[in-house]
Design a binder for this molecule. Sequence first.
Ligand SMILES: Nc1ncnc2c1ncn2[C@@H]1O[C@H](COP(=O)(O)OP(=O)(O)O)[C@@H](O)[C@H]1O
Ligand SMILES: [Mg+2]
Length: 370
Amino acid sequence: MNPFKYGRVVSADDFCPRPALLKQLTGFIRSGQNVEIQGERRMGKTSLIYESVRQMKRLRMLYVDMLEIKTADDLCKRMVKALISMEQQAGFLERVLKSVSQLRPVVSVDPVTGQPSVSLDAAVRMRPDSIDGLLDLIHSVHKKTPLVVVFDEFQDILNLPDAKATLSILRSRIQFHKDMAYIFAGSVRNQMSEIFTDPESAFFKSAVSVDVGPLDTDAFARFLADKFTLGKRSVDSGLMKRVVEIAESVPGDVQELCGALWETTSYKDAMREANIGAALELIYARESKGYESVLVQLTGQQLKCLAGLARMGGKAPQSSAFVHGIGLTLPASVKKALNRLVQLKIIYRHQGEYKFVNPFLKSWLIWKNY
Ligand SMILES: Nc1ncnc2c1ncn2[C@@H]1O[C@H](COP(=O)(O)OP(=O)(O)O)[C@@H](O)[C@H]1O
Ligand SMILES: [Mg+2]
């Protein structure tokens, strides 16, 4: 079986230890300190949270995924569903169903996966002020059996038409729950900053900030090499480092590339750099349709700029070497193209450098000689 996992939460043996971050986060949770977690997509934020809670034993997690929420009703219903699933697992279903009976919750078990799923009456619309009552309900549950509340992809609260009002309701209630930690994780830095560091925001300075960056390269390389060795494939020492480099240290992408290496090699193979090409080609075969649909929405200048970033890196795209290197004349046109590429979420800017959201799109552009 392929030992490399990506595209989902990893924990326990699949989680490459991050002792410093785990210690920090468990410490904050224990003391009821609210935490804001930032980091790019696939860096391991959600996994870090799950693993911290898992290691804390006897602590439960109320996990609310806010990805793509559009209304306060969505938010409230996701909170209710999360609460019902959590209580059901603990055998406390009855006590929570009574409290939310106006939503006519129906709990059913998927016959295939055995996973419980909850449905609520769509005709009952919840408004931002329902959040108050819900948070108090959650807090009363915490008083009986301790829990930590996690709002993941929290930046999507900014999608709500009444985002400002909703944020201030959340904030004003949360500040009364001093003995319970709230975690707000998000992957869009400028939006998370808008929420937590803008003095105008209700959440201004309301949580300590934890940054989830790449894993330590040596530790991660050893962790990955061990998985190959356990599967009776040998790995030479430089290979894993090269994999981490190609996947730009994004743990989810590193694991995807290792997964592809696994699939393109066999039992007892000795793996070396020469195997990386075939692994990348497997990834391209799966993903190139997606890359192509990204490229068709670009203008000629934007495409030149993107190809230039792939070839020359994103540290100084307004230097004359870069501008001329991609066949343009004005830094201003490059700037405009970069802004559009950021807006389309193809690249992002971090610490002054433009980077590809998907490192494999970058290597594919080079491979295709764009
Ligand atoms: N500590 C870790 N050890 C090994 N792989 C990890 C670790 N953290 C993340 N990953 C890899 O990254 C992928 C995405 O992790 P996830 O926690 O969902 O990231 P995020 O929430 O930041 O988007 C996982 O499926 C896994 O492949
Ligand atoms: Mg996540």
